[in-house]
Design a protein around this ligand. Structure first.
Ligand SMILES: *[C@@H]1O[C@H](CO)[C@@H](O)[C@H](O)[C@H]1NC(C)=O
Length: 207
């Protein structure tokens, strides 16, 4: 009668440290709940520190923007903690096109420059504003949102997420950067074929 309880208590106490964190074991598969935990004896302080956001991302690309993630895949220390961070560099004219993070709300803080940011609610109400250094804005989970460099200098922001693996789906790439057939895009978006083909050409889509 008492023995099972004793064992249960022993198990609870012996595993109490492991419950403090669950540094991701990046060699294992990633499921909906994240990575499985790295063996605690192998965990070091370096699992909780990440220097990958120190350097600016490369903005020599179509959108003149770079998102450098510190998600669980890059920074296994956040695995299981419900948080993560990314660095957002926007060159002059840079934009993070309309996108969603299916798994997380987002909090953006402007560190340099000015950024026009906004989101669209499920009721299709639009909320956008020009943000300056020190301003923060929140983007509720799953909603379409965007960021545009609104100034004449490069802009820098950091964005935190309520998920160590927030996911990212960019609307234009989802529509025009894959093999979704042109006629289906036309039927589902009401865009004309010429425009669809043009965007497929720019974004690498086929079909
Ligand atoms: C940035 O990306 C461009 C395009 O891919 C590349 O040509 C360039 O070498 C990269 N610059 C740096 C500093 O990595």
């Amino acid at each position: 009668m008492f023995l099972p309880i004793l064992f249960a208590l022993l198990f609870l106490f012996s595993s109490s440290n492991a419950a403090d964190f669950c540094v991701g074991d990046l060699y294992g598969p990633q499921g909906p709940a994240g990575y499985s935990c790295k063996k605690e004896t192998l965990v070091t302080v370096n699992d909780f520190v990440y220097s990958g956001l120190a350097a600016a991302g490369n903005t020599s690309n179509l959108i003149k923007a770079a998102v450098t993630p510190a998600f669980s895949a890059q920074f296994p220390g956040v695995n299981g903690l419900g948080i993560s961070l990314a660095r957002l560099d926007l060159a002059v004219g840079g934009v993070v096109p309309m996108h969603t993070h299916p798994g997380a709300s987002e909090l953006l803080v402007v560190v340099e420059g000015s950024i026009c940011a906004g989101f669209i609610s499920s009721a299709n109400k639009v909320y956008f504003k020009s943000l300056n250094k020190g301003d923060i804005m929140v983007f509720p989970q799953g909603l379409l949102h965007f960021q545009i460099n609104a100034g004449k200098t490069p802009a820098l922001a950091f964005v935190s997420f309520s998920n160590p693996s927030p996911g990212l789906q960019i609307l234009d790439f989802a529509l025009f950067g894959d093999d979704l057939p042109t006629d289906i895009i036309q039927e589902t978006t009401f865009l004309d074929v010429v425009q669809i083909k043009k965007l497929k050409g720019v974004l690498g889509g086929t079909g």
